[in-house]
Write a protein that binds this ligand. Structure first.
Ligand SMILES: [Zn+2]
Length: 93
């Protein structure tokens, strides 16, 4: 790690984004990832999310029946189970 932490109090530090090569204020960078600017990071995140959504939609369309079955099973698992044959209702004395 060649990065040296010299506290420049009150002075704005500029860094170069490793992706868009633009020199920006350190405020335009997130702490992590530190090498690319916020704009590049947000773009990358947006692309990643869109790609993931598209891939899932594609996967669902290819395996539609399996997806439906799994969806139904998951929904049933999350819903409170109706109590069948539960002894001791309000009518029981
Ligand atoms: Zn950038």
């Amino acid at each position: 790690m060649p990065a040296q932490h010299t506290a420049a109090a009150g002075r704005e530090q500029h860094r170069r984004c490793s992706r868009c090569q633009a020199e920006k204020s350190s405020r335009d960078f997130y702490r992590n990832p530190a090498s690319i600017c916020k704009q590049c990071h947000n773009t990358a995140t947006g692309v990643r999310n869109k790609a993931r959504r598209a891939a899932i939609a594609l996967l669902v369309s290819v395996h539609r029946d399996e997806y439906r079955r799994l969806l139904t099973a998951e929904r049933a698992r999350r819903l409170p189970q109706p109590e069948t044959a539960a002894g001791g209702g309000p009518d029981v004395a």
